[in-house]
Design a protein around this ligand. Structure first.
Ligand code: PBG
Length: 332
């Protein structure tokens, strides 16, 4: 870039020296339309359970879900993402509970869809909440079997679509699942059901609190490095996204968020498709603990989210969604 001026005729501080001018020249802003709220579900009734590793965030039983949905809808949050904490005795090697039409997710979907219309519901497609070993796919001879897993994921996606999910979000990182799921949805008349592919999901150390929240942490045998991406790699993300777009993804998710801003920007510059990012549980816990211990200011929440927007995200999954939506004016 050519230098556009020089000191003293150019003084950069002139366009920073009061609040109104800063607001006027801001290149990026956060709005409630950028927020996706995750909701953790648990069995039982009238439950609001705290999660040790995620201070300020809770798991709810289905009978209390409408409260959250109504609040989100009133605040104009466009979408929620559902995640179940499945009872231990319902988990098995193949994740069969994922296909039970009376499972937590299905019951929640039915209930929300009956009462709430103007809010999108996104559902994870992956087996980790349902498998006894905590992996996103089926474990056969010590290996997460790609194609056998896809067969189940396709059924899981169809069931979620049937129960009313607006967006199917495969987060399992198997190869080829987007194409198979899109085809199955189309064959069954779910042509309007959208797909967000977690196309770029790294084998990250920042998922710990989430695994704690859905109860897959203690079960998890080994790590997820044979299917989730190696964080040493950037170019690989372009190949992942290219494949998923070809297979029919409507949007792509990049995950985690803050440590991967370079990846968001690279994907944004390469493809013309909506990009979402996921500020994951470990990021939430770090910021939240920093605030609680008075190490950083609350405004760090907005700063982290605007960074994700600046990098190129159209929307962000964040455990801070409700708090941000409520306080946006104050924060900005
Ligand atoms: C699993 C899934 C994970 C998250 C969302 N879906 C964790 C994992 O892959 O182990 C993590 C979200 C978070 O940490 O907030 N399919």
């Amino acid at each position: 870039m050519k230098l556009l001026g020089k000191y003293p005729s150019t003084r950069m501080r002139r366009i920073r020296n009061s609040d109104w001018i800063r607001r006027l020249v801001a290149e990026n802003n956060l709005s409630v339309n950028d927020l996706i709220l995750p909701i953790f579900l648990t069995e039982g009734s009238n439950k609001k359970e705290s999660i040790k590793t995620m201070p300020g965030f809770y798991r709810y039983s289905i009978d209390r879900i409408e409260g959250i949905i109504n609040q989100a809808q009133k605040l104009k949050i466009p979408m929620v993402a559902l995640f179940p904490k499945v009872l231990k005795n319902k988990k098995d090697n193949m994740g069969n509970e994922a296909l039970n039409e009376k499972n937590l997710i299905c019951r929640a979907l039915k209930r929300i869809k009956k009462n709430s219309k103007n809010i999108g519901i996104m559902c994870d497609v992956a087996l980790d909440p349902y498998t006894s070993h905590g992996h996103d796919g089926v474990l056969i001879n010590g290996e997460i079997h790609n194609d056998k897993t896809i067969e189940i994921l396709v059924q899981q996606a169809l069931l979620q679509a049937e129960m009313g999910a607006d967006i199917i979000a495969p987060s399992d990182m198997m190869d080829g699942r987007i194409g198979k799921i899109r085809k199955a949805l189309d064959t069954n008349q779910y042509t309007n059901t959208k797909i967000i592919s977690y196309a770029v999901k790294y084998a990250s150390n920042f998922y710990g609190p989430f695994r704690d929240a859905i109860g897959s942490k203690s079960n998890l045998k080994g790590d997820k490095k044979t299917y989730q991406m190696d964080y040493k790699n950037a170019n690989e993300s372009l190949r992942e996204v290219a494949l998923d777009i070809k297979e029919g993804a409507d949007m792509v998710m990049i995950k985690p968020g803050l440590p991967y801003l370079d990846i968001i920007r690279m994907v944004k510059d390469t493809f013309r498709i909506p990009i979402l990012s996921y500020q994951v549980s470990g990021e939430y816990a770090l910021i939240q603990n920093g605030i609680k211990n008075k190490i950083i200011d609350k405004k760090a929440i907005i700063e982290s989210l605007i960074s994700l927007k600046r990098a190129g995200s159209a929307g962000i999954v964040t455990y801070f969604a409700i708090e941000v939506a409520k306080n946006l004016r104050k924060f900005n």
